[in-house]
Design a binder for this molecule. Sequence first.
Ligand code: UD1
Ligand code: MG
Length: 433
Amino acid sequence: MKDIVAIVLAAGRGTRMNSDIPKVLHRIFGKPIISYVLGSLRESGVADIITVAGFGSDKLRETVDTRIVIQKKLLGSGDAVASATGALGKYEGDVVVICGDTPLVSANTIRELIAKHRASGASATLTTAVLKDPMEYGRIVRSEDGRITKIVEEIKAELHEKAINEVNVGTYCFKSRDLFDALGQVKRDPKKGESFLTDTVEILRRAGKSVESISIKDADEMIGINSRKDLARAASILKNRILDELMLSGVTIEDPATTTVYPDARIGRDTVIRPNTFIGPDVEIGKACSIGPFARITGNVRVGNEVIIGNFVELVRTVIDDGCRVKHHTYLGDTTLGRKVNIGAGTITANYDGKNKNKTVIEDGAFIGVGSVLIAPIRIGKAATVGAGCVVLRGNDVPSGKTVVGVPARILEKRTGKGRRRTDEKRPVNIQR
Ligand code: UD1
Ligand code: MG
């Protein structure tokens, strides 16, 4: 989009978080709060973004890939916007201002805000929402004819203003010149010692400029993260959005209350997710699978179609082809399963030797007996069988079609008709002594 710059306010300490980490770097589903805001801005078509950093600015710099300006002293949201003056130079277009602590504001809302601002030609356009409990948010004050006259912050609000339940979301669009003219006139609040960005609204209106608004229907979108309770609430709202989308796309979630799926997961039609299942980042699951209950799948996992992942199974950095069964109490890490592999209850891949993570490969149709330990790196060949309770030592690959038993695992010696050993199976292959 042309002639649009966004300023993201992210300098605040986040006192109510009680933390050494800047507030906007606290994470929801593994991603910092601010990256949700940046994601929505970019999705709405705003490419030129300035982040205002202050408390913990070094940490912010490592995470945020936008232009960054530093607010030297944390003198409030008005001062924060003013600190972007230099970075804007002679720019005269529209400016979106958004709080870095409102991760659920959607790209659609930002698009709608900019469209309304441009269509109405207002000096400022606000985003508002109606809340049952407006506590802590700035209240939108309107005159009798419904026009916005000011935003009043909780600490300044009179009793009758506190009763207003239309609130400021903290996402605005301004004509840049009007914004900076008004900011020049904002006085610091004597109680808080801060200049409030929200005071610009009254200043603009008194100068005869128009202030418009859009209202968001989904009040959940506006939640601002000021405390860890807010963080948990936002995570739970986001979680439900993700689960709703999955259900609409044809995935059964048996118990949404106990199921967590990270935002980037892809899950195919007619897959059933059973209760108490956790699906973390970078996971892809195919069609018609059954997952859980109590499964934990996270970090670079690909699961094919018609696979069963049962209870108390943990998968990490693992690829599972179609038709596999991994039904109970199993850990597979850095593992690749071919088609139709059966993994017995209690199988563990020992992927970490104290220094490196090593790979396990189990080929098509292999059968791993219950309670086996597969010490990686190891390869179990096609249609091979690992007997119950085996410890298969590293490097002792099991050839296709063979059976190993025991601890350490050895190839099962088949007897010929006269009770003699077959020569090719006299000795175990590769057993380390
Ligand atoms: C702010 C709004 C309030 C709105 C609410 C929505 C003001 C004065 N009030 O209140 O009307 O309902 O957001 O969530 O803006 N910041 C800085 N530098 C500072 C102070 C704050 O960059 O010196 C940043 C913070 O990092 C934060 C944003 O500005 O991202 C808002 O500050 P915060 O303290 O969270 O304001 P609220 O009390 O939530
Ligand atoms: Mg806030």
